[in-house]
Design a binder for this molecule. Structure first.
Ligand code: COA
Length: 609
């Protein structure tokens, strides 16, 4: 079928559907929902059999839905209607939620239902639910809806009219407002989660209005609403029955940044509390003889004594530019037998300079351990999205901060590449983009959850050249020609395609929990394999041969030469693109590589249309 994806943006859900539907052999084109005439033009050019709207913020023009079947993906169960569907579900503490694929009609979310899928509602940020449960349910429901097409065409099946629930309104800040004197931790978290990643919950910190993001429960007691201290770059705030940690905020006219970065001196004045966040779900804490260690000044103090044969190297670097550095609560190290697991659950997968440096220190310490395999787990929602563009945007000198950040990222990649005593694995439970995707390739093995979407390219960010040793890592996995294709076409890569192309080595697990369980079993098997020694020898041999052919430092120098031009040169494209990305400037046109129907050579296949 020819399917037009009409969407507000090419977001993670749209990308996943794009990848899945393409794999089924459908012909796809994308148009951003910018205005009605652009939509009409796209429909006239592409002549789709069906229009699919995975992520819309406005109604489809009447003449379009009257002449074409338009299927809307609504993030709510059958009969649920209105905006803020997921927000309300979180605020009301629903136990189960769903996704409905319904046909567009005059009344919003009231059209006939083609398919639906449901899931238990996890206590998590809205964006996390969207990227995981909602996306999986949407893929299932959209595929089921498309399966109905032949019967629908033949007139042997009609979509059913649902029993409608009352339309719910847009969630307002009043609905989300935290009543610190009354709300318990669960309620505070539900309110903050309902607005994360957008629009946040309006509140105040240090007497200044701001929107709050990135909240986690924290094990402390204090006066409700009071700032009890700081951990990492966030603050701990009391609730009536405990406390929460808040990592990010946004002030009027500003962008989302770590609380410490926004409130500097005031924030520094808070007492520094124990780094252990409660929880960023350290993986693999259940069963077996695992031990979990939060990054701290002496990182391995809690590790199983039998494994603790090496001295613990110092974990933290000294202050940078007079600013105190701190243990990063997003970094967790756990050991299970001969396998070390390093997770780095940075907000939105963004890795700023200090995050990279702290992670490098954590990695260096992990390398010193007598383990056989090191697994890089990334975060739960994203493995990594590369440089922290928000921090760069907020820096006094974005070019300088970009330069520091990419060098810190490259140092981390190099340390992984240079690991000789252990086999390294990147295990991607969540998506990875730009430099974050190449960070994954620095490991010896790359595994991904089946639903993961990779964006292993940089050009969307103002023609950024990219570094992270991609010019070494990518061709050696997929060949030079395909490497050029991946970098040039700027399209998302699903795990199945990535596996077929050799970009990754395995894809398994339908949800993060099964992925983690299988990762653990596979890592254990690697570590215990009689072939491990020969794999390590082969790796050392190959690294030596590659180094002799062209030193890693040469790849880096070449990449950084381009990056230096991106950061400091005459062409400001990267800075402009970054600004629009960070400021979330609405699209004014659909990029040509997505809108196939706008290709000069595009014609509807003969006999069709
Ligand atoms: N730095 C800072 N924030 C980032 C980020 C980065 N590198 N990558 C993503 N984010 C933020 C987004 O701004 C968004 O913020 P929100 O919570 O305020 O909504 C959130 O993470 C999710 O990103 P979004 O773009 O909505 O997710 P997606 O799944 O639809 O798309 C990517 C994923 C990776 C394709 C897209 O985020 C992207 O292109 N990121 C930039 C990658 C990059 O160029 N890095 C720099 C070069 S290494």
């Amino acid at each position: 079928m020819r399917l037009l994806l009409l969407t507000h943006a090419f977001n993670s859900l749209t990308q996943r559907l794009f990848v899945e539907l393409q794999a089924l052999g459908h012909q796809l084109s994308i148009e951003f929902d910018i205005n009605d005439s652009v939509t009409r033009e796209a429909v006239a050019l592409f002549r789709p059999h069906l229009i699919l709207a995975p992520y819309l913020r406005r109604a489809i023009p009447e003449d379009v839905w009257r002449q074409h079947v338009c299927l809307i993906v609504h993030p709510g169960p059958v009969g649920d209607r209105g905006p803020s569907a997921l927000d309300w579900a979180i605020l009301r503490g629903e136990g189960e939620w769903g996704v409905t694929v319904l046909q567009a009609e005059a009344e919003m979310d009231a059209g006939p239902v083609w398919a639906s899928a449901s899931f238990p509602l996890r206590g998590a940020k809205k964006s996390s639910l969207y990227r995981n449960e909602v996306t999986e349910a949407a893929v299932m429901a959209v595929k089921a809806a498309l399966d109905r097409w032949p019967e629908y065409q033949a007139g042997t099946w009609q979509p059913g009219q649902p029993a409608l629930r009352p339309m719910h309104p847009l969630v307002t800040q009043a609905d989300r407002r935290v009543d610190w004197a009354r709300d318990d931790t669960v309620t505070v978290l539900a309110k903050l989660n309902s607005g994360d990643g957008f629009p946040g919950v309006r509140d105040s910190l240090f007497g200044r209005d701001c929107w709050l993001f990135d909240a986690r429960p924290f094990d402390a007691v204090g006066n409700p609403g009071e700032l009890l201290g700081r951990v990492g770059e966030g603050v701990v705030r009391g609730t009536v029955d405990g406390a929460v940690w808040i990592g990010h905020c946004k002030v009027e006219g500003g962008i989302k940044l770590p609380v410490g970065g926004v409130f500097g001196g005031d924030w520094l004045g808070l007492v520094e509390m124990d780094a252990a966040l409660n929880p960023p779900q350290p993986p693999f804490t259940k069963g077996g003889s695992s031990s979990v260690v939060q990054q701290s000044a002496s990182p391995f103090q809690k590790v199983d004594a039998s494994l603790d044969q090496q001295p613990s190297p110092p974990f933290l670097k000294g202050g940078q530019g007079g600013i105190q550095t701190f243990p990063d609560p997003h970094i967790t190290y756990a050991e299970h037998g001969p396998v070390g697991y390093l997770s780095f659950d940075f907000y939105n997968g963004a890795m700023g300079t200090t995050a990279c440096e702290n992670l490098l220190a954590a990695y260096a310490a992990a390398r010193q351990r007598p383990t056989r395999v090191i697994v890089l787990l990334g975060g739960t929602d994203f493995f990594s999205n590369g440089l922290d563009l928000n921090r760069i945007e907020a820096a006094d000198s974005p070019p300088d901060e970009s330069w520091r950040n990419i060098n810190a990222m490259d140092d981390l990649c190099r340390a992984i590449l240079a690991t000789d005593r252990q086999l390294t694995v990147s295990a991607l439970a969540g998506n990875a983009g730009a430099g974050g995707a190449f960070l994954a390739l620095a490991a010896d093995r790359v595994w991904a959850r089946r639903g993961v979407i990779l964006n292993p390219h940089y050009k969307n960010m103002g023609n950024l050249y990219g570094s992270e040793y991609w010019s070494y890592l990518l061709p050696r996995r997929v060949g030079a020609e395909r490497a050029a294709g991946i970098m040039g076409n700027r399209l998302p890569l699903g795990a199945a395609d990535a596996l077929r192309e050799g970009f990754i080595d395995a894809a398994f697990g339908d949800d993060p929990a099964t992925f983690q369980a299988e990762t653990r079993a596979r890592a254990q098997a690697l570590a215990e394999s009689p072939e491990l020694e020969s794999w390590l020898q082969a790796k050392a041999r190959r690294r030596a041969e590659d180094e002799a052919a062209k030193p890693l430092e040469d790849y880096r120098a070449e990449e950084l030469k381009h990056m230096q031009r991106n950061f400091y040169g005459f062409d400001p494209s990267y800075h402009v693109a970054r600004h629009h990305f960070v400021a979330k400037t609405p699209h004014s046109w659909t990029p040509r590589h997505l809108a196939v129907h706008r290709d000069l050579g595009w014609v509807v296949p003969e006999g069709e249309g």
